[in-house]
Design a protein around this ligand. Structure first.
Ligand code: NAP
Length: 249
C-alpha cells in the first residue's frame, strides 16, 4: 500500500547530513496546500485543544488564522487562554478567536467533549468537505496497556509518564469513531505530532479528506513498528489497532 507522505522530507532530520533542516514549517505546508492565497476556510471552524501553554496548541491555532478559519481554543484557566487569544488576534487577520474553558483530565471527558460537539460536526459535514477529528496522542503508547480497572488512576498510583502512555486509549477512541460516523462524512484519526507541521497538515491537508481510522506521525501516515526494531523509529504499536480492546473501551 502506498504511504501518504507528501512531506516525507520531514524525516530528513533523522539522517545527519550537515547543517540545514529540510523539514517544512506549518506555514509552508499551508502554502503548499494552496490555502493562503485563497483563504477558503472563511466561516469554517477549527477547535484546538490545549492552547494555554507549550507550543503545539498555540502554534497550530496561529497557523489556522492564515487560512481564514474561525478558531476556538481551549484552556483550563480562562485567563491563560485569553492571553493566547489576544496574541492570536494581534495578527489582524479576519476570523474570530474565542476561548473555551475545559478540563480534559478524566478519561470520560474525552468522549463527553466529542458528544457535545457531535451535532455541530455532523451538521457541518458534507461529502465534499468532511468534518475532521485528529486526536493528539504520543509515541509513548508503545509502552502501554489499557488499565481497565483504573482508567483514571483511581485504583493505581498516578504518575505523569503512566498517564502519558495511556494516550493509547485516545488512539483507540479515534479508531472507534471513524467507522461509526464515516457514512455521515465525519472522519477521525490520531496523530503523534512531534511538531506543529504535523498537526497543521493533519488539520488542513487535502490528503485527509475522505480518509480516517489512521495513525499519523512525522508528517506521514504511520506504519506498524516492527517487533524486532532495536530502536524506536516511529510508527504505532500493535495494541494501537487491537479491535477487541477498542470495543471493550
Ligand atoms: N511536543 C511534542 O513534541 C509532542 C510529541 C508527542 C506527543 N505530544 C502530545 O501533544 C500534546 C500537546 O503537547 P505539548 O508539547 O503542546 O504539551 P504542553 O506544552 O504540556 O501543553 C499541554 C496543554 O494541555 C493542556 N492541559 C493539560 N492538562 C489538561 C487537562 N486536564 N484538561 C485540559 N487541558 C489540559 C495545558 O493547559 P493548562 O494550562 O490548563 O495546563 C496545555 O495547554 C500532548 O498530548 C502530548 O502528549 C507532543
Amino acid at each position: 500500500m502506498t504511504r501518504i507522505a507528501p512531506y516525507a522530507e520531514q524525516r530528513e532530520h533523522m539522517n545527519v547530513k550537515g547543517p540545514g533542516d529540510a523539514r517544512r514549517t506549518a506555514t509552508q505546508i499551508i502554502e503548499h496546500q494552496g490555502l493562503v492565497a485563497h483563504p477558503s476556510w472563511a466561516d469554517r471552524v477549527v477547535l484546538t485543544t490545549g492552547c494555554s501553554a507549550g507550543e503545539l496548541g498555540p502554534e497550530t491555532a496561529k497557523a489556522m488564522r492564515l487560512i481564514g478559519a474561525d478558531v476556538y481554543i481551549t484552556s483550563r484557566e480562562r485567563s491563560k487562554g485569553q492571553k493566547i487569544t489576544n496574541e492570536l488576534l494581534a495578527d489582524g487577520k479576519p476570523g474570530k478567536v474565542e476561548v473555551i474553558s475545559i478540563d480534559l483530565g478524566s478519561f470520560k471527558s474525552h468522549s463527553l467533549l466529542f458528544n457535545l460537539l457531535k451535532d455541530a460536526l455532523l451538521a457541518s459535514a458534507s461529502p465534499s468537505f468532511n468534518s475532521r477529528i485528529f486526536v493528539v496522542v504520543a509515541a509513548a503508547h508503545h509502552r502501554a496497556e489499557i488499565s481497565f480497572d483504573s482508567l483514571d488512576f483511581d485504583k493505581t498510583e498516578y504518575t505523569p509518564l503512566g498517564a502519558h502512555d495511556q494516550s493509547l486509549a485516545d488512539i483507540l477512541f479515534a479508531n472507534e469513531l471513524d467507522p461509526r460516523y464515516q457514512c455521515q462524512n465525519l472522519r477521525a484519526s490520531s496523530l503523534d505530532p512531534s511538531g506543529t507541521a504535523s498537526t497543521v497538515w493533519a488539520a488542513v491537508g487535502k490528503e485527509w479528506e475522505v480518509r480516517g481510522g489512521l495513525y499519523l506521525d512525522e508528517c506521514a501516515d504511520g506504519w506498524l513498528t516492527p517487533d524486532d526494531a532495536l530502536y524506536y523509529h516511529g510508527g504505532y504499536a500493535p495494541q494501537a489497532f487491537d479491535l477487541r480492546t477498542q470495543k471493550k473501551l
